[in-house]
Design a protein around this ligand. Structure first.
Ligand SMILES: Nc1ncnc2c1ncn2[C@@H]1O[C@H](COP(=O)(O)OP(=O)(O)OP(=O)(O)O)[C@@H](O)[C@H]1O
Length: 505
């Protein structure tokens, strides 16, 4: 019998106040697509970082192809045949595809030879990509292809992928899965982290489930329902968000012919965007990343100021007002980028609670921060949104991605806004916590609030929104009642022509 590609035995890693991995053992066979499942903070990233040489285990052993393996840095893991595609891309927007790939290589060949190699690998694995294109002009799906091709040029034995589909359209997911199947057939093993359980069922041969740092079992995803996998992850029954019929009130947010330039050199300017949201309504905005989502949130939150007459709140012109004034008037927002935009990475959760809630939660007294009250608010967010953290003094950057997301969304919802604008509210959040966040958004609408959900997760938009629009190259389509849509139709709408009309659906 051929030995497995990689065996992990008793891997343990602790951080202050938390055991991220405790005595974790698992085996990855050659040519196997192995899913790593677990709720937020379960220890998935920590485990793969140990395999990739970014984190050193406190205890335990790894054996790769029959030999002891203990990489002390990523380049050692790469030399041993391990490649990793991270959730966050590390590409330079101003450089070409080939230049970006060359930057990550120890001994890059001449540009022309590299471009040929890139074209060859992209043909072989069905990942269309022109080596001379500037990365800043690429879609999120194409950027991910750059990262994957960069890995494939190393001819890896094990490819680790952390949440690879969260930025992709359904069509791009299909292309990615075809590529991964080709790789598997060529004998490469894949370790795949995702919270999208139906995708795991479609792709993976086996799954290991982590719960609070421990390996609590394995399953064959094809033979296990998504609900059973989610329940194995959390160890309890899962509650689906409950949607109730509710009356729609008066229009509260009204956007008319909004055009605004992006703040970023590679951003997308907004072009003639019109929308309205009523009290008691959730408006969904779908779109592939980079089509103006960040700019729309920035215009609605006040980070981008607009001309008079473009944005009104309860009939009052607000487009020229900065974020603090919009907050005071009841419009709150949670941007997509949680580290660095929604939260200050090196500040504690308590300080991060203060940053956005000081006014609405009255966290100051006589011009000074009231830390006692602020601590109480941070603890309320942590308890109500089940944020897994040792305490409120922990820096935002030390939280697992999903737990920070729960904190950021919870921090805004608990300020009781009249209008809440969220971008990717459940990005990287596990099934159970995602259901809790969606329920909280539905509860807000039930309480007569207006909610704008910008998301690339089509199932999410179908599940909770009342109306749907597609954002494409900075233009917004007319809205369609969500009940009239299907995932396939939305997919077409998102990838469709610039001037999307309801008729296209
Ligand atoms: N550098 C660090 N310092 C302190 N604690 C950390 C650090 N990295 C991870 N942790 C903690 O270790 C635990 C496991 O985190 P990890 O990121 O591995 O979880 P995860 O399963 O990948 O979660 P998610 O699905 O949310 O990304 C969490 O409680 C997290 O807060």
């Amino acid at each position: 019998m051929t030995p497995p590609l990689l065996t992990l035995t008793g891997l343990t890693k602790s951080y202050p106040g938390v055991v991220a991995n405790e005595d974790v053992s698992l085996t990855i066979a050659h040519g196997e697509v192995h899913a790593l499942l677990g709720e937020n903070g379960a220890g998935k990233s920590t485990l793969v970082k140990m395999i990739y040489g970014l984190v050193t285990p406190d205890a335990g052993q790894m054996v790769l192809n029959g030999k002891a393996f203990s990489p002390d840095k990523p380049s050692a893991a790469r030399t041993a045949g391990i490649a990793m595609v991270f959730q966050h891309f590390s590409l330079f927007g101003a450089l070409s595809v080939a230049e970006n790939i060359a930057l990550g290589m120890e001994n890059p060949p001449k540009m022309r030879a590299l471009a040929q190699q890139i074209s060859k690998v992209s043909d072989q694995f069905g990942l269309p990509l022109d080596p001379s294109r500037i990365v800043g002009d690429l879609s999120a799906g194409e950027r991910q292809r750059v990262e994957i091709i960069r890995c494939l040029l190393q001819d890896p034995k094990l490819l680790i992928m952390d949440e690879p589909t969260s930025v992709l359209t359904p069509q791009e997911v299909d292309i990615l899965f075809e590529t991964l199947r080709k790789l598997r057939d060529a004998g490469t093993s894949i370790l795949y982290i995702s919270h999208k359980l139906e995708e795991i069922r479609a792709l993976c041969d086996t799954a290991t489930v982590l719960r609070r740092g421990n390996n609590v079992g394995t399953c064959v995803p094809r033979d296990t329902s998504a609900r059973d996998m989610a329940e194995l992850m959390v160890g309890t029954r899962l509650h689906d968000p409950e949607r109730r019929d509710r009356p729609k009130g008066a229009t509260v947010l009204d956007v008319k012919n909004l055009s605004a330039a992006s703040h970023s050199a590679f951003g997308t300017s907004l072009k003639d965007v019109s929308l309205s949201v009523c009290k008691g309504e959730i408006l969904g905005i779908g779109g592939v990343a980079g089509n103006g989502q960040d700019e729309l949130l920035a215009a609605l939150s006040g980070e981008i100021r607009t001309k008079r007459g473009m944005i009104s709140l309860d009939g009052r012109d607000v487009g020229h007002l900065p974020p603090t004034s919009r907050r005071a008037l009841g419009t709150l927002s949670a941007p997509e980028e949680r580290l660095g935009h929604a939260a200050a990475p090196d500040m504690s959760l308590m300080e991060n609670a203060f940053l956005s809630a000081a006014t609405r939660k009255a966290l100051t007294s006589l011009g000074f921060a009231n830390w006692g009250k602020t601590r109480g608010y941070a603890d309320e967010i942590i308890a109500r949104f089940d944020v897994r953290t040792p305490n409120n003094q922990v820096a935002a950057r030390a939280l697992s991605g999903g737990n920070l997301q729960k904190f950021v969304v919870g921090r805004e919802i608990l300020q009781d806004p009249d209008v809440l604008v969220v971008n990717q509210p459940t990005w990287g959040v596990d099934a159970s916590a995602a259901a809790a966040i969606r329920q909280a958004l539905l509860d807000m609408a039930d309480a007569g609030k207006a909610v704008v959900v910008i998301s690339q997760d089509l199932d999410e938009l179908l599940e909770i929104t009342d109306r749907f629009c597609a954002l494409n190259e900075g233009r917004l389509s007319a809205s369609v009642p969500t009940t009239e849509l299907s995932v396939e139709k939305i997919g077409l709408m998102l990838g469709g022509a610039h001037d999307l009309e309801t008729a296209n659906v």
